[in-house]
Design a protein around this ligand. Structure first.
Ligand SMILES: C[S@@+](CC[C@H](N)C(=O)[O-])C[C@H]1O[C@@H](n2cnc3c(N)ncnc32)[C@H](O)[C@@H]1O
Length: 296
């Protein structure tokens, strides 16, 4: 991964295939499958399409003021897997004295951003070559994205200042309901079980959260705090519950990993969409914010 202290001139982590400038060198044609487009840089590595990136809203949206307010001034911040960049933009706006860097496989971030923020296309799973350490590294909804979490936590540890923080924010599968309105035999539950099974086969489990606290401790982090929230599926944007959203999280895992045809997947998705629209099913994902500190 690029040393972002001088991003426009330094090579990215894999100079032969990547670039550290999303706008300048985004590949001309993103790979197309089943009518959806996927990231072109390191194509096939990440499971979700990049043509309809829903931003995270509602319960999931939260800031890190609780963490930062009591700490010394934040000078360097890194968002790993920043997606549309909404968190990084908000953060850069809120902390104009901080220098913020966001990295993603897809160049789906806006062109006009706060002056203290830069986005790069790069691969988190490459070796990180940042020269200057960060005060804060943020990772939101990266479950299912990473093959080797212990290695990433080791890199995060190395690239933080002593006393710096990592914060992760991730869902825990399966979907649940507190009142029994989501049953085991519903289309939603079946779909969710299959997604988890496929992600485990792929080696990028959608339940990576369950190991975070141990893996962070093993990497040397201290003061680990884990807070649980609920992310009701009803708060998904309408479109995310509709054809595109459900299809987006399913297609690659069902066809590439479980070996289904797209038509077979569509048959299951009919029931999933029906359940997803049913507000009588009070389902939610448990979601966890885990933060940890590199010892001073
Ligand atoms: C579910 S999205 C979350 C985006 C953002 N963090 C948010 O909360 O809105 C996961 C993001 O991680 C990115 N990603 C997955 N694997 C990656 C990798 N190896 N390197 C860089 N970005 C990656 C994807 O392209 C996608 O934008």
């Amino acid at each position: 991964m690029a040393d972002t202290t001088s991003p426009k001139t330094n090579p990215a982590s894999s100079p032969k295939s990547g670039t550290s400038s999303p706008k300048a060198a985004s590949p001309p044609g993103a790979p197309l499958k089943h009518g959806r487009t996927y990231h072109a840089y390191k194509a096939g590595q990440y499971l979700l399409p990049n043509d309809d990136v829903s931003t995270v809203r509602g319960e999931v949206e939260r800031n890190t003021d609780h963490l930062l307010a009591k700490e010394k001034p934040i000078k360097r911040v890194f968002e790993a897997g920043c997606g549309t960049g909404i968190w990084a933009i908000d953060f850069a706006d809120g902390y104009p004295e901080a220098s913020v860097v966001g990295i993603d496989l897809s160049p789906v971030q806006p062109e006009f951003v706060p002056p203290n923020l830069e986005f790069f296309v790069d691969d988190l799973e490459s070796d990180w070559t940042f020269v200057q350490p960060f005060d804060f590294i943020y990772c939101r909804l990266l479950t299912g994205s990473i093959l080797d979490w212990p290695k990433r936590f080791g890199q995060t540890f190395t690239h933080l200042h002593p006393g710096g923080y990592i914060e992760l924010f991730d869902t825990l599968n399966p979907l649940v309901s507190d009142d029994g309105t989501l049953t085991e035999d519903s289309g939603l539950s079946k779909w969710n079980r299959l997604l988890v099974e496929a992600s485990e086969k792929l080696g990028r489990p959608l339940n990576s959260y369950t190991s975070y606290t141990k893996q962070l401790a093993d990497a040397g982090f201290v003061n680990i705090v884990d807070t649980r929230f609920k992310w009701p599926m009803n708060t998904w944007p309408k479109d995310a519950q509709d054809k595109n959203g459900v299809q987006a999280v399913s297609l690659m895992l069902f066809t590439n990993v479980l070996g289904w045809t797209a038509d077979q997947a569509e048959v299951l998705l009919v029931d999933v969409r029906k359940d997803a629209k049913n507000r009588a099913i009070h389902r939610y994902w448990p979601i966890h914010a885990v933060y940890a500190q590199k010892p001073e």
